[in-house]
Design a protein. Structure first.
Length: 253
């Protein structure tokens, strides 16, 4: 197949996706929470992220290639849709939804974004507690009304507890990266996860985010009390890392 033939094939697929968005079609998304609570092996949210402000260009793997390499190890996918800093696109979401529940990852600030992700078949959306401040509760309610689950992201213990009590039905993400300065504090994240598990018990679904770049760190985060791990840059650069994490966890694929 020539490049032009390949470009036409991809454009026809994009047109189909955009038609679905304009017409409000959705395929009845599976639950992200259920996927993380059930299943064999470690609960991994595998992220598709082509670039980032901290890492620059990460990988040009196609979605199809990435899915083929990671599907056996993924309970869910996180898909970066933000275009300016993360080389993302809304059109990526429907490429992943037939395979696993999808977390739409963007700097979400309003209902229009939620509606777009719902129409494209996302199961859940990322809401950043520090950025939304007093608007977090409203967007959590809006997401629930639209049939979307929410993963509310925090960096420190105070943010995380406030987010949990503001959105008690949401999953709780602890990001080791401070988004104000783009610095990673993995040990700090582990401390927050331990405190949250101690204070909130088993009811809270806690996701450890960023900095999980080795099997050892994956096991550390799970042993600290994380229910699931979100792995992005490291998996994009080396999808084989996911298999290594499964083995370290004691669940050979």
């Amino acid at each position: 197949m020539s490049f032009l033939d390949e470009a036409k094939k991809w454009s026809l697929e994009r047109a189909r996706i955009l038609e679905g968005l304009l017409e409000g079609r959705t395929g009845g998304a599976a639950s992200l929470r259920d996927a993380l609570r059930r299943g064999e092996g470690p609960a991994l949210i595998v992220e598709y992220k082509r670039c980032s402000p901290s890492a620059g260009m990460i990988s040009l793997r196609s979605p199809e290639e990435y899915i083929e390499e990671t599907l056996p190890y993924a309970r869910a996918y996180s898909v970066l849709t933000e275009p300016r800093w993360f080389c993302g696109s809304l059109e990526l979401i429907p490429l992943f939804t037939p395979h696993r529940p999808v977390l739409a990852k963007d700097f979400i600030v309003g209902q229009a974004q939620l509606e777009a992700y719902r129409r494209l078949g996302a199961s859940a959306v990322l809401l950043i507690a520090r950025m939304l401040s007093g608007g977090l509760g409203r967007l959590c309610k809006d997401a629930t009304t639209m049939g979307l689950e929410a993963l509310v992201e925090a960096h420190n213990l105070g943010e995380a507890l406030e987010a949990y009590y503001t959105c008690p039905n949401a999953m709780l993400g602890v990001n080791s990266r401070d988004l104000a300065r783009l610095r990673v504090d993995f040990e700090g994240m582990l401390g927050v996860v331990r405190r949250l598990r101690s204070e909130l018990g088993d009811d809270a679904l806690i996701v450890a985010e960023s900095g999980v770049d080795s099997p050892g760190r994956a096991v550390e985060a799970l042993e600290a009390g994380a229910d699931a791990l979100l792995i992005g840059t490291a998996a994009m650069r080396n999808p084989g890392l996911l298999r290594e994490i499964w083995r370290a966890y004691g669940s050979p694929p």
